[in-house]
Design a binder for this molecule. Structure first.
Ligand code: GUN
Ligand code: ZN
Length: 426
């Protein structure tokens, strides 16, 4: 069955972070033609309707059709403890996160939260995500099973920790290697799923565990590897005390084979010049998590200094992040950039939540943009979803002026449709 979606359409012919907003393409009365799970054509509504008279029509009026949002760093097991008050990183992990993550040894709980998480993500227009699971293999099975039944492109892996975490949340160097390898073999490249090797961060891994995971990555170099880097000042001091021989935080990964082009480094706020140089040299990706960075009080990511040099994705970091919404996340990215005196254009914000996140995850040829041949993961956005937004849009002088109020004030009420693999799920 061929489907044709009608509405405004946003797509990208290049990277607006380096080329400016001119890299974005906007069609006022456009169409996206979808068949067999893929995008067949993008263009003017009347032309494409005439070319595809057999297609089933979905007329979204003046709503905006976009690639689905891509959340490049999330902790699905933290769904139930989102918005927990008053702590900074290490205390927040100990007080809220670890007790909740302990519950994922129960496959029933893991299955329940995975389903809840994916439903919330889809409600918010997020069609692909890269998640940390917990230390329990059951949490990985629950995650990938829930993505698989929804037909989603999803990435994730077992979080590995063999120290500085409570009993019940610790594995060992050997079991982290064995379990990760088994899960990788079970889930990687099955349907639309990808396994990601996942040491949580160097404070919760012994050198032996980092070394074992570095060895696993060397055996599967096409896999992604995700971890946290230089999120909070106290954390960096702790890393220094745990790894006295390391040149800096990044070196605690580099020394064990955990730095590479397929590496994803979350937060990366307080970087030393050597760290930026090495990350750039190897072509690694950073993931900016702005609602988390303000919520946990971590600091202000240097988007202006980094985005031209490295691939940078955007992410909620739920539940250190305070939202499931990539709209809210774009708003926070705008605010963080404003505090560093480099405002991001709406085209750049939209790109960060779609194409840039896809490129960070090395799936930019499959999702994150609307172009013929790409997978049909789409979100439809109502640009007047609340009275406050509608009254602002009513006198907007341009498309970008009409889009920006939804970026700043929108949430799941703005999501008028969600398509995954060419199927309408919302
Ligand atoms: N650093 C290590 N683990 C975590 C986590 O779960 N959330 C955040 N924000 N930072 C981390
Ligand atoms: Zn995180």
């Amino acid at each position: 069955m061929t489907e044709i979606l009608l509405g405004q359409v946003i797509s990208f012919a290049g990277d607006p972070m380096t080329e400016g907003p001119g890299a974005a393409r906007h069609i006022t009365r456009g169409a996206v033609v979808v068949a067999h799970g893929r995008i067949v054509a993008l263009g003017d509504a009347e032309t494409l309707r005439a070319a595809h008279p057999e297609a089933r029509v979905h007329d979204y009026g003046s709503a905006l059709i976009s690639a689905g949002f891509i959340d490049a760093h999330v902790h699905y097991p933290q769904t139930a403890i989102i918005a927990s008050w008053g702590k900074r990183l290490i205390d927040w992990l100990n007080a809220y996160t670890f007790p909740e993550e302990m519950r994922f040894d129960d496959p029933v709980h893991a299955g329940e939260i995975a389903a809840r998480y994916f439903d919330l993500a889809l409600d918010h227009g997020t069609t692909t995500m890269c998640s940390y699971c917990t230390v329990h293999p059951e949490s990985v099975d629950a995650y990938f099973s829930a993505a698989q039944v929804r037909g989603m492109r999803a990435l994730g892996g077992k979080t590995c920790m063999d120290r500085n975490a409570p009993e019940g949340l610790r594995d060992s160097a050997q079991s982290a290697y064995d379990d990760s390898k088994r899960l990788l073999e079970r889930w990687h490249q099955i349907d639309r799923l990808s396994y990601v090797i996942t040491p949580r961060f160097s404070p919760t891994s012994t050198p032996e565990q980092l070394d074992a995971l570095g060895a696993l990555w060397a055996e599967h170099p096409a896999c992604l590897m995700q971890t946290h880097l230089s999120e909070q000042v106290d954390e960096i001091a702790w890393v220094k005390s745990l790894f006295p021989a390391a040149r800096d935080y990044l070196d605690t990964y580099e020394a064990f084979g955990l730095l590479g082009e397929n590496g994803l480094y979350g937060h990366a706020i307080h970087l030393e010049p050597r760290e930026v140089d090495r990350l750039t040299e190897v072509g690694a990706a950073l993931v900016h998590c702005p609602t988390s960075n303000t919520f946990i009080g971590s600091g202000l990511f240097d988007m202006h200094g980094l985005a031209g040099r490295l691939r940078v994705g955007l992410a909620t970091d739920t539940g250190g992040g305070s939202s499931f919404s990539m709209l809210r996340t774009m708003a926070a990215a705008y605010e963080v950039a404003q505090l560093r005196h480099h405002p991001l254009h709406p085209a750049q914000l939209w790109w960060l939540a779609t194409g840039a996140s896809a490129q960070a995850l090395k799936i930019g040829d499959k999702v994150g943009n609307i172009a013929p041949g790409m997978e049909a993961d789409l979100v439809v956005i109502d640009l007047a979803s609340t009275p406050a937004i509608a009254q602002r849009v009513a006198h907007a002088g341009s498309f970008w002026e009409a889009l920006f109020p939804t970026i700043m004030m929108g949430d799941d009420r703005a999501v008028a449709g969600v398509w995954v693999g060419g199927r309408k799920l919302r």
